[in-house]
Design a protein around this ligand. Sequence first.
Ligand code: NAP
Ligand code: GLV
Length: 309
Amino acid sequence: MQIIFYADGGAAEQWLTELHKALPLADVRVWQEGDSAPADYAVVWKPPAAMLQGRTGLKAIFNLGAGVDAILQLGGSLPAGVPVVRLDDAGMAVQMAEYVSYAVLRYFRRFDEFDAQARDHQWRFLKPRRKEEFSVGILGMGILGARIAEALLQFDFPVRGWSRSRKEIPGVHSHAGVDELDDFLAQSQVLVCVLPLTPGTTGILDRATLAKLPKGAYLVNVARGAHLVERDLVDLLDAGHLGGAMLDVFHDEPLPSDHPFWNQPRITITPHVAALTLRGDSVRQIAAKIKQIERGQPVAGLVDITKGY
Ligand code: NAP
Ligand code: GLV
């Protein structure tokens, strides 16, 4: 079996070592420009179009992440009929739950303000926020959104979720489709975005959407930078409509050093680390799926190209 590998960002040698260990009979090679030799599988993160173009002989393309936007934007360069398989969880869901729980608790318990006070040696009581008025709304109730909801329910936060299809998750108020978006937004004191990036969700966090949140609401974006219209966020923070934001993803990554977000004290920035791809878990998952495909069995995590996720 031949496997071609490409990961934007490096560490190819470690990936190859792990893949060799998990699939000792496979011949795994790093794809290089000009390599058009046959392959059965591709394991990729942000691959160049030339790697996959015309490779209709592949049995599957494995994406080394949950989001497949970088693969799907290859459009016509993707070999027709070849299944694309995303990582499903592979250790990412608990990381997302940690990240979002931290963001929500920090804002809810006013730890950001206590930090600022402590820097000025100020001992000052701040009125606690009321949990019953502090609904957390999660945009995207897939693998990651559902795990975030589970974590927040442990702290007794009222949790709402928005997705295309209605969900039956105990304790979570489910909103489905565009018709129920406004009601969802009006009741979300914290808005968490964990949607896939598709034509239907690009720019969804714009002025019109964010203005529908209650005054003082907090935004957490752990999905993709292109979900957010960055200028609109700055305007709504400046106008006092939004209380703050914690952002992990940006239009341009790395975030340019002269970007206005760096100077906005109410924006907390992290460098796309909310849920990292864990090499061991990911290789185990991919190797198990390759074995399932070889046995003619179905695999989880198949991407629906028409939906974009
Ligand atoms: P997923 O399992 O595919 O779930 C996607 C969810 O979004 C589903 O609930 C889906 O609704 C909903 N959705 C999609 N399009 C929608 C629309 N137009 N309107 C309403 N709901 C819509 O994805 P996941 O594994 O949870 O991952 C989500 C995203 O997180 C990834 O695509 C990636 O961009 C991002 N991510 C970021 C990091 C990071 O470190 N920052 C790490 C991993 C992933 P249905 O359930 O009804 O289909
Ligand atoms: C990371 O951003 C991912 O999509 O897994």
